[in-house]
Design a binder for this molecule. Sequence first.
Ligand code: NAP
Length: 306
Amino acid sequence: MTKQKWTFENIPDLKGKYIIVTGGNSGLGYESVKAFALKGARVVLACRNMEKGEKARLEILKEKPTGDILVMQLDLASLASVKAFSDKMMQEFEQLDVLLNNAGIMATPNVKTADGFEAQLGTNHLGHFALTGHLLPLLKATPGSRVVNVSSLAHKGGKMDFNDLMFEKGRKFRPMRAYGQSKLANLLFTYELQRYFEARNINSLAVAAHPGGSNTRLANHFETNPFMEWVSKLARGAMQSAAIGALPQIRASVDPGAQGADYYGPDGLGEIFGHPVKVGSSAASRNKEDARQLWEWSVRKTGVAY
Ligand SMILES: NC(=O)c1ccc[n+]([C@@H]2O[C@H](COP(=O)([O-])OP(=O)(O)OC[C@H]3O[C@@H](n4cnc5c(N)ncnc54)[C@H](OP(=O)(O)O)[C@@H]3O)[C@@H](O)[C@H]2O)c1
């Protein structure tokens, strides 16, 4: 007997659930917002550009006119924006069932966030670390709530260099080196957050997911010359759709069978494509000492204590 693939049809009824998706206007975030809204959740589409967010909302409403989607401004590359967004959420919401930390950038040049952080670690990890910390009271107030962090196969090439996490003290900056580090940080954070929940008997789960290779705008920064643009377009054409690529993070968000520190990815060859199943992550991602160090460093950098 062949095993059933997990698909959109497996998503349970989400009526009464409150879900935040960061970077909800594009790619995997957009597909996640759409799936949650179609299943009846109240979804906050958090985005840095309100125009893009509104456009995405209207697109989804074409499919489900009664979809409950709130577009809200959130720039993860600014701690002030993260705080302002969280304050609004705390004022307007009394529960939060899922915080899907999806937004991300890849292979950017060595630029800084508003707070002077290396852009990829600053956006992909520190922004989400601060956001999760601010929203903790809502998560704690919602039994069975989840934090889902979106990592990548690229975490396997990542290395935490605690002497120079921001490439400021002589460590050579390479765009994909910084990306791999930020995606490893997503997993270290997930596993440490699960330990944090367990140590305090908090009825919440920390879970992670990765989409394999999915056709989105993520690789836009590669397109620096016509040849690379052509290569990038070719590669994207061979990738799975964002709708399929989003299934691991959707499953991590809503599957009743998920457990703390689970990691979901595609079931196909090399986890590059396919339907979501529980997958393994690198030994480096399971390093408890690195996870603790990253946590303490993140508290110092963001000023957000849990
Ligand atoms: N696609 C893949 O094959 C792949 C593989 C592995 C992992 N991932 C991960 O999947 C996640 C989603 O990426 P995607 O593939 O869907 O790419 P995408 O289409 O480029 O979407 C990324 C989203 O993140 C948002 N974002 C970027 N910087 C932000 C900031 N400072 N504040 C708030 N939002 C911000 C973008 O907003 P704008 O529209 O304003 O730019 C966009 O909505 C990322 O975490 C990525 O690392 C993707």
